[in-house]
Design a protein around this ligand. Structure first.
Ligand code: KQY
Length: 373
């Protein structure tokens, strides 16, 4: 594996859209007892059910710490690859490399990671093991790796259409805890030069109370070039209403890199999901402080879905809008099967949500070369 100091776009590389073919998917076995309640057992069950679906149509690699390797290996199907790797938590979208291609070769980008805001408003300390994962994963995947550690970025804070357009939020990318020394224009320049995009659509804010400073992957996602889904509520009393309305207006008044207007599909929000006393009892403290408070609103959203080669896998919260979300996404992805993440007696997505994110946040796609398909 070579460590590259050049810019990916100058080398002819770009980031494809998530709905392009994948060669695989990377996840990290959950272990933090202050992120995942009750020792992480419910979260692990959710991860395993998710992995079973993803691995029907693409190769899944799970990184597990030394202490967890045996258990991960025992719980996961034989065809899933388990590799030993240190980590601080389990958010593969944010700590694994962003993969880019020139059509003939795949390379990874190793961004700086500081746990969503470092000492300013980050969510845990230390984060050095997470920060080293992208490079290690490039080694396993046999891809060269761009060294972009001087720029803090998480995979969940960007979405591309693979045709030159990138979606992000100001709340996140302009936050004080990431790259405060850079102007918005400098950040745009960095994204264009590393991801091969030429147009950035800046939404204002992400999902209400999203502790990542409003990652895009919870509020808006491309479903096709010039088509997005946007998390939506009609409830004017919900703080989410103003946020979604403002973003809708931005999207409706934007064109993409190819000059096309954006079609926006509203994806209804689940009713607010709150942390319960019982949830709190199952969580360890972090440095003596609780990580969750009973009554706290979690950043639930159906937009946090994962697109595998064969499926679109959607969080489910036991809500009246669960089926509606699956129906809408099925109509937008006619060549894939839309499925909700649940079993008969468990709301698996809620078990992931307690940790602070959902399906998209715990999965990182490995892109495929066209010749692989
Ligand atoms: O990408 C994400 N949504 C990760 C959130 C991390 C929360 C840590 N408890």
């Amino acid at each position: 594996m070579k460590i590259l100091k050049t810019n990916a776009a100058d080398d002819g590389f770009y980031m494809p859209a998530e709905f392009s073919p994948h060669s695989g998917c990377i996840l990290i076995w959950p272990h933090r007892r202050d992120s995942w309640q009750n020792g992480g057992y419910a979260a692990r069950r959710a991860f395993v059910e998710l992995i079973k679906i993803i691995s029907l149509s693409e190769r899944v690699t799970v990184c597990a710490r030394y202490e967890d390797y045996d258990e991960a290996r025992r719980c996961l199907p034989d065809h899933v690859r388990v590799v030993e790797m240190s980590s601080d938590d389990s958010w593969a979208r944010d700590v694994a490399p962003t993969f880019v291609t020139n059509g003939k070769e795949i390379r990874g980008i190793d961004w700086g990671f500081n746990a969503w805001g470092g000492l300013e408003d980050g969510l845990y300390f230390p984060w050095d093991k997470d920060n080293k994962m992208a490079r290690k994963i490039c080694d396993i995947m046999d891809t060269d790796c761009y060294d972009c550690r001087d720029f803090i970025l998480e995979g969940g804070s960007i979405h591309t259409d693979g045709e030159g357009t990138l979606l992000t939020t100001e709340e996140c990318l302009l936050s004080k805890g990431r790259n405060p020394h850079m102007t918005k224009e400098e950040i745009e320049h960095k994204l264009c030069s590393m991801l091969g995009v030429s147009k950035i659509i800046w939404l204002k804010r992400g999902i209400y109370n999203d502790e990542t400073n409003g990652h895009i992957d919870n509020i808006c996602a491309f479903t096709a070039p010039a088509e997005v889904v946007l998390a939506w509520t009609d409830d004017e009393n919900d703080p989410q209403y103003e946020i979604s309305k403002e973003n809708l207006s931005i999207l409706e008044n934007s064109t993409d890199a190819k000059g096309r207007r954006i079609t926006v599909h509203k994806l209804p929000q689940p009713s607010p999901v709150y942390v319960t006393e019982n949830d709190c009892l199952g969580l360890d403290n972090m440095n003596g402080e609780p990580t969750r408070t009973a009554g706290e609103r979690l950043a639930a959203s159906y937009v946090n879905f994962y697109i595998s080669n064969g499926h679109v896998i959607i969080p489910q919260f036991g809500d009246k809008n669960d089926e509606k979300a699956v129906e809408i996404l099925q109509s937008l992805f006619p060549t894939r099967k839309a499925v909700g993440l649940k079993t008969e007696n468990a709301l698996l997505a809620r078990d992931i949500l307690i940790g602070g994110g959902n399906i998209h946040c715990i999965t990182q796609q490995v892109i495929a070369l066209n010749s692989d398909h």
